[in-house]
Design a protein around this ligand. Structure first.
Ligand code: 3PG
Length: 212
């Protein structure tokens, strides 16, 4: 398995983060690492996203840091220049996926239907995001979609939280889950890094209980 994808599996829970200020990147990375979740999907929903990736990669070189909400090949270039180690999109975009393959950066497109999963498989992927997982029907829906595609594994994201993560992580088809519950905007804005660390630790310990 690709080493980046292997790290998704080991870390188990990928924090999805909209960071407004690069000054918060290093403190946030500290909190996540201390809490046992040394990973970040920094979403391109803020102007500072690329700068935040660069900052985290420099201050925490051992962390797994990638770019989320990537909607164009230009953003792929921006993310790679900032040091992103992976690319995530909310939906399946053939052009973006092909471009990432060409650039040799792991790409995790969003899927919501069997058609999306099959399109990703056709391009050689065996790991995709499912978004927005809870509203789509949660683990029940993913199991149904996964049935014909036994070569695929999934990262549900969107509505995943400490309340429902167990149901996903109990299933082998789930490689990891993604979510923002430990890195909510108000926690970052109020610089509540201790709370972020505690929520991360709690999430990681639940993950370890399930996956061992
Ligand atoms: C994502 O991009 O995967 C989601 O925005 C994360 O969803 P959540 O905020 O519901 O955890």
């Amino acid at each position: 398995m690709n080493t980046v994808i292997q790290r998704f599996k080991e870390i188990g829970i990928i924090p999805v983060i909209a960071l407004e200020h690069k000054e918060d990147a290093s403190l946030l990375a500290d909190a996540l690492c201390k809490g046992g979740l040394p990973a970040a999907e920094i979403t391109f929903r803020t102007r500072e996203a690329a700068a935040c990736i660069k900052e985290m990669r420099t201050s925490h070189p051992d962390m797994l840091v990638g770019a989320g909400t990537i909607l164009s090949t230009a953003q792929v270039d921006e993310a790679i220049s900032a040091g992103a180690q992976f690319i995530v999109s909310p939906g399946f975009d053939e052009e973006v996926v092909k471009y990432c393959i060409q650039k040799d950066i792991p790409v995790v497109p969003g899927t919501a239907t069997a058609t999306d999963v099959q399109a990703a498989y056709k391009l050689g992927l065996n790991f995709v995001k499912v978004f927005p997982a809870e509203i789509l029907g949660g683990i029940k829906m993913i199991k149904a979609i996964a049935a014909p595609y036994n070569m695929m594994t999934f990262m549900p994201s969107g509505g995943v939280s400490e309340k429902n993560m167990d149901a996903y992580l109990k299933e082998d088809i789930i490689l990891c889950v993604g979510g923002s519950w430990m890195v909510k905007k108000d926690l970052i804005d109020n610089k509540e890094f201790d709370t972020i660390e505690a929520l991360s630790r709690e999430a990681r310990s639940r993950f370890e209980k399930i996956r061992g």
